[in-house]
Design a protein around this ligand. Structure first.
Ligand code: FAD
Length: 394
């Protein structure tokens, strides 16, 4: 049996950050992970370039049953603190859009920074060590893994959510929470593409790969202005991934395909100037041609010259394009989702240290808890902030 002051389950973003922070405080720290490599989700994130934080991260960018919970950790370790860390390591990075920061070279650079920090802090990272069971002892906690047993004073659960099972996602964190009497809120896949019903899939056949800048709204009024992408299964792209976190099964989403334009006014103006121009040619300057054909067919409007369109036809088409409603069949689920909504109820945890109120010495950080960021580097920022808060106390 090996003994450490702190044992951390999960060598992901949150676990490695907490480990380095606790190690610098002079605590002996072991990080256990069942994978062959640390930080496997970091490596595939942001298309391999890891969108490691967001310049504008604030509590408003997070979903949590208690919206105040994230305030403390985000204000004590901000995006600027993480940027300062990567600057110190000489990371080359760039700003993409909407405050998103990405590595210039590879996500491996972020993992290397975290491993260097862990090494400097004297942390031991044990790979190929699957945590099988945890129990309370007089001195703290005992952890049994596929590669041996550990004893510690403080146990940090940073085992992540359920997305991407092939990258080692497991429900161990939720099981440990329940074992110690902590409430776990229902989980579901978020930041995930939508699948469509067969009739919609047939209608949009041929659009796969087409991307359009849109304003997408959910039934609760949340809106995101980014691209949507037609796929062979349904709809994806940043605006769709964002809205999926606010969507409930059976609900419709509304897509404004031309958010910059008042389409009815635009057609009326062109009607005066170029009345002979066909509707299809007019619209295909604004939107992909195949999409226009589908939209026109859907409205039973023949493709005719602009000066032959009735006011009713113009209004109906404009309305349709500005408020295109579609009811997804479902989502692609945990297989392709970026994050898991729900998890360990934040009411069970201290917002300052992430220690369980009912189980002294037991901490939960990162995605395993009921905090889900928007798309755009917010999830990693929460992993860094919660990791530092916990590592300062564990
Ligand atoms: P994880 O990174 O999931 O780490 C948990 C670790 O625990 C894993 O290494 C796992 O192997 C280990 N583990 C689980 N169970 C056990 C067990 N029983 N025994 C031992 N070890 C165990 N967020 C962003 O902010 N920016 C992005 O660009 C971004 N891109 C993403 C792209 C994809 C494809 C995906 C899936 C997610 C992306 N995310 C992104 C989300 C981000 O990756 C997660 O929010 C973040 O990794 C959560 O960190 P974590 O440390 O809590 O959990």
């Amino acid at each position: 049996m090996q003994e450490f002051d702190v044992v951390i389950i999960g060598a992901g973003a949150a676990g490695l950050m907490a480990a380095a922070t606790a190690g610098y405080r002079g605590r002996s720290v072991a990080v256990l992970d069942m994978g062959k490599k640390p930080g496997r989700k970091i490596l595939i994130s942001g298309g391999g370039r890891c969108n490691f934080t967001n310049e504008y991260a604030s509590p408003d960018n997070y979903l949590c049953q208690n919206p105040h919970f994230v305030k403390s950790c985000l204000s004590r370790y901000t995006q600027h603190d993480f940027i300062e860390l990567v600057d110190r390591h000489g990371l080359a990075y760039h700003h993409k859009t909407l405050g998103q920061l990405f590595c210039d070279n590879s996500a491996q650079d972020i993992v290397d920074i975290l491993l260097t920090e862990c090494e400097w802090a004297g942390v031991q990272v044990m790979l190929r060590s699957e945590v099988l069971a945890v129990s309370k002892t007089d001195a703290g906690y005992q952890i049994n893994t596929s590669a041996g047993s550990y004893q510690c004073q403080s146990l940090v659960v940073a085992s992540g959510g359920l997305t991407m099972p092939k990258l080692g996602a497991s429900p161990i964190g939720y099981k440990i929470a329940e074992q110690f009497g902590l409430k776990v809120l229902p989980t579901c896949a978020a930041l995930v593409p939508f699948t469509l019903h067969d009739h919609d899939k047939q209608r949009f056949d041929g659009l796969s790969g087409v991307s359009v800048d849109c304003l997408v709204s959910s039934e609760d009024g949340t809106q995101f202005r980014e691209n949507i992408l037609f796929t062979h299964r349904g709809l994806s792209g940043p605006a769709i991934l964002q809205i999926s976190s606010f969507w409930q099964a059976g609900q419709a989403i509304t897509i404004n395909l031309l958010p910059e334009l008042n389409l009815a006014e635009h057609i009326h103006t062109l009607r005066e100037q170029q009345g002979q121009k066909s509707l299809k040619n007019t619209l295909s300057v604004l939107l992909p041609k195949r999409l226009i054909e589908i939209m026109i067919a859907q409205n039973d409007i023949p493709d005719k010259a602009l000066n032959q369109l009735t006011h009713g036809e113009i209004d109906s088409l404009a309305n349709y394009i500005h408020q295109w409603q579609i009811k997804p069949n479902g989502t692609e689920g945990y297989r392709t989702a970026e994050v898991t909504l729900g998890g360990v109820d934040t009411d069970e945890l201290s917002s300052k240290t992430f220690e369980a109120k009912k189980a002294p010495g037991l901490f939960f950080i990162g995605e395993v808890i009921d905090v889900t960021g928007w798309l755009g580097g917010y999830n990693f920022q929460f992993a860094w902030s919660s990791g530092v808060a916990c590592g300062g106390a564990a």
